[in-house]
Write a protein that binds this ligand. Sequence first.
Ligand SMILES: *Cc1c(COP(=O)(O)O)cnc(C)c1O
Length: 389
Amino acid sequence: MRAGEITPRMLMGPGPSDVHPRVLAAMSQPTIGHLDPQFLAVINDIRDMLQQVFQTKNELTLAVSGTGSAGMETCVVNLIEPGDKMLVCINGVFGQRMRDVAERAGAEVTAVERPWGEVFTADEISSAIRDSGPFKVVGIVQAETSTGAAQPIAPISEAVHQSGALLLVDTVTSLAGMEVDVDGWQIDACYSGTQKCLSCPPGLAPVTFSPAAVKAIDARKAKVQSWYLDMTMVRAYWGSERLYHHTAPINMNYALHEALRIVLEEGLEARWQRHALHHRALKAGLEAIGIRYLADPDHQLPMLNAVSAPEGVDEAEARKRLLNDFGIEIGAGLGQFKGKAWRIGLMGESAAERHVTSVLKALETVLVEKGILEETGKAVAAAKEVYES
Ligand SMILES: *Cc1c(COP(=O)(O)O)cnc(C)c1O
């Protein structure tokens, strides 16, 4: 086959997730200018819809040009000036990445760590602040995609704000797949990505900044380290001035616009419940064939199921088999879990019964061939039971 001729897959890794045909159709609309009133109407709508999805009234809410990591970098470089103190909570790859980004921005970083698969308590954050604070910013990941652990944010928020710090939260994997309540949890800066539970191709990073975060940005003495991600300039394009800064990725914004419409048509609560249901079914199926989850049982993400690959299975070979023979993509382990884990995503359009059943059938087939299971059928039956109950 010629490169560029793409066979569809069932995307069940850590992102991208399956994209709705409506989103792909929206992307293929005519490219127009970034100051065309038709396009400005699109980004106005995107801001309104992002406010609904983030559950915030924050005026500084927009889609950064770039993937989720650009969202991370945007939040960090706008809040941090060289020498500012930042606490970063690390229990997986994305906490590590946040530390790296913060150090490059000149922050004086203190890291607080938990074993992979576990989450932080408010007490741990408070004592880190007492021991090494005060900090200007405390950064934490809500949905740690490398481990499948779900970090509760509300209890942390209190501890952070009592100390006078700003709370920065990574919601790349959580947004639109589980509760994210920016105003209710008093998050000061928050970023996401399009290709996880928003089910849009990768390319934009929704971000939102609270009034307190905007105040910190306005009070900066040093220019923002990144020219491209400087919110003091980008906001002049997204705001009423419409000042040119860089050309908005026009067709990507069409895609996000349509993806957000789909999210809001379904409703946030219904969408979170759908992710939770398919997680329960997948988990019942996997556990029925002896596959174990890596994250703390009380804090497991619905949309990212990180599991131990069974003894005696070459995890990479099994993933390859799933992709080539079943058309299903699942993710490999990252960092500490490299070579030992599978990460099965149920994000956005990929959180569906057809996906759960297909991946369970495929895994059972592979495990029977390897002599690890005697027969197929148990996993799918256990998942069915969840759907029928
Ligand atoms: C995927 C992911 C990112 C990075 O997003 P990219 O779109 O790959 O740049 C950051 N944080 C978390 C928690 C993620 O899952």
